[in-house]
Design a protein around this ligand. Structure first.
Ligand SMILES: *[C@@H]1O[C@H](CO)[C@@H](O)[C@H](O)[C@H]1NC(C)=O
Ligand SMILES: *[C@@H]1O[C@H](CO)[C@@H](O)[C@H](O)[C@H]1NC(C)=O
Ligand SMILES: *[C@@H]1O[C@H](CO)[C@@H](O)[C@H](O)[C@H]1NC(C)=O
Ligand SMILES: *[C@@H]1O[C@H](CO)[C@@H](O)[C@H](O)[C@H]1NC(C)=O
Ligand SMILES: *[C@@H]1O[C@H](CO)[C@@H](O)[C@H](O)[C@H]1NC(C)=O
Ligand SMILES: *[C@@H]1O[C@H](CO)[C@@H](O)[C@H](O)[C@H]1NC(C)=O
Length: 359
């Protein structure tokens, strides 16, 4: 009993500390808020869902292996399988590694893979039917991630083709796609590539675009104001074949967080996260890292410097814009998206989809 009372006092104190950091980042090392816990929702499915797109408290879409797409319209109480009907030989192998949903009706999914396995499909009728709106025909392209700045305009990104990251662009909500002229894209380094782990190796935020890479040491982060002219900076995240920057997210034009690490060594936890306060020109190493490899980070809306990161070895919270992290769960996830002050969603392997209450 005594312990419970002490705990409650501590929780209240932390909540007060969090609420009082109203402008910018707290200058002193902030007290962590009460640690949240994930609530697993019953997908009744065992696929791996690296694609995650919550639209509201009620509507969430996930996409993943086996050509699978699920949708809930009741906050995760029940999930419907709304996968595209694929040719039988495709259905088993297609991996929808990224999804962007705009409503309960409209969603865009991206399949990864060599040659024509890299594809984009669009539904406008809740997933009852899907049309293929992009089928890759370039032998060396391999698409990793999509990002949209609004319901019409988006980009998708492929590993380098002829020595530069390849972008395709849509202006009609994913119904048609065109290759972006690559004149303003810097040359990629030998071995440099994106990671199709969570759909956030490409990011759109506050009118700017970002692209994250690995396969080189350190992993790099590209940035652009206009999708055509790109600059590139070193992150502080160590890179090699299976390591580098897996996810880059910006809160506004200045503050960004990048996470990653080594996919094959999920408990390695040094030089796996970076933060920027100048729009991605300079990246600083975190002082305290997440507990292991992290495939996605998401800012929590309306909570200043708070963000959540997930990976196969667990979940971590930062309340100081990525400078320090606190581990709060060791379950496996691949993707995380915080949709408002109090709610995040995560998805991953073995059909795991969960929500997090930050109240
Ligand atoms: C779970 O999936 C199995 C096999 O697809 C199906 O038979 C069963 O009805 C599902 N259960 C629920 C609660 O949806
Ligand atoms: C998240 O999980 C909790 C616990 O099951 C639930 O009460 C809540 O309604 C769920 N959904 C959202 C959007 O928070
Ligand atoms: C995709 O490629 C495979 C093998 O290269 C070919 O058999 C198939 O017809 C192609 N499908 C489409 C839609 O282009
Ligand atoms: C980025 O990192 C590479 C590899 O360590 C190094 O050669 C290069 O000078 C760095 N670039 C900048 C601008 O620091
Ligand atoms: C982490 O990065 C720092 C700065 O680049 C470097 O000095 C250090 O050796 C790295 N640590 C590991 C374990 O790679
Ligand atoms: C994961 O967390 C649970 C609950 O806190 C704990 O019981 C378990 O030992 C942890 N597992 C590992 C591998 O750290």
């Amino acid at each position: 009993m005594m312990n419970l009372v002490v705990l409650q006092v501590l929780l209240l104190a932390s909540a007060t500390a969090l609420a009082s950091s109203t402008a910018g980042y707290p200058s002193a090392s902030p007290r962590a808020p009460p640690l949240p816990t994930w609530t697993i929702t019953p997908t009744n499915n065992t696929r791996q869902f690296r694609g995650l797109s919550p639209v509201s408290d009620k509507v969430v879409w996930v996409s993943g292996t086996g050509g699978t797409v699920l949708r809930t319209t009741n906050g995760g109480a029940t999930w419907a399988n709304v996968s595209p009907s694929l040719l039988p030989e495709n259905a088993a192998t297609f991996e929808f590694r990224d999804i962007q949903a705009f409503s309960a009706k409209v969603a865009v999914i991206m399949s990864i893979g060599e040659g024509n396995a890299s594809r984009i499909y669009l539904t406008r009728n809740c997933g009852h039917s899907w049309s293929a709106t992009f089928i890759n025909r370039e032998a060396t392209a391999f698409y990793n991630c999509m990002a949209f700045e609004d319901e019409q305009h988006g980009l998708a990104m492929s590993d380098p083709v002829n020595g530069k990251f390849r972008l395709i662009e849509t202006w009609d909500g994913g119904a048609s796609w065109d290759v972006v002229v690559s004149l303003g894209m810097p040359a990629a380094l030998a071995g440099e590539a994106g990671f199709a782990a969570s759909g956030t190796c490409l990011e759109s935020a506050a009118g700017r675009w970002y692209l994250a890479s690995g396969g080189v040491d350190p992993g790099r982060i590209y940035r652009s104001n206009n999708r055509r002219d790109w600059k590139v900076s070193n992150s502080s995240i160590a890179g090699r074949t299976a390591a580098g920057v897996f996810s880059v997210r910006f809160r506004d034009v200045k503050y960004g967080i990048a996470v990653g690490g080594d996919y094959e060594n999920p408990l390695r936890n040094v030089n796996i996260s970076s933060w920027s306060e100048d729009g991605g020109a300079m990246w600083q190493a975190s002082e305290g890292f997440p507990a292991g490899y992290r495939s996605e980070v998401s800012w929590v809306p309306h909570r200043e410097a708070t963000a959540v990161a997930v990976g196969t070895s667990g979940s971590d919270l930062t309340v100081d814009g990525g400078r320090t992290w606190q581990n709060f769960d060791n379950g496996t996830f691949d993707a995380v998206e915080c949709i408002r002050k109090d709610v995040c969603w995560a998805s991953g392997s073995k059909g795991r989809v969960a929500n997090l209450s930050l109240r």
